[in-house]
Ligand binder design. Structure first.
Ligand code: ZN
Length: 113
């Protein structure tokens, strides 16, 4: 069974056609201001990760938690919370399972099954 993924809200550049998350006033790659919102599929692969042992947020978030950097199949490199139970692996297939629109579009990823 394939795990369902949610769409990831990205911003796209009409000049260089690259994608990024979260919205910026101009393209971080070519500085064009001709940008548009785009939603893409949430499937991707783990590029890197880090486990946070001490929260610097206020109020503090329960620790430890793991943040992954994910290369989306649709293009673009994003980061989000890792919801797997084991340590992520390099190139591990993951799916975006949540977009927290109250937290500036924070993403959550789970291992793809
Ligand atoms: Zn651009």
């Amino acid at each position: 069974m394939t795990q369902a993924s949610v769409l990831v809200p990205m911003q796209g550049c009409k000049a260089c056609e690259r994608l990024w998350h979260t919205p910026l006033p101009s393209c971080p790659f070519c500085a064009s201001t001709d940008c548009k919102p785009v939603e893409v599929g949430g499937r991707g692969r783990v590029y890197a990760w880090t486990t946070v042992a001490r929260s610097l947020e206020s109020p503090p978030r329960p620790t430890p938690y793991t943040i992954v950097t994910v290369d989306l199949e649709a293009g673009g490199r994003v980061f989000g919370r890792y919801e797997g139970t084991a340590e992520p692996q390099p190139d591990e297939p993951v799916v975006c399972t949540r977009v927290d629109r109250d937290a500036q579009g924070a993403l959550s990823f789970s291992p793809a099954r």
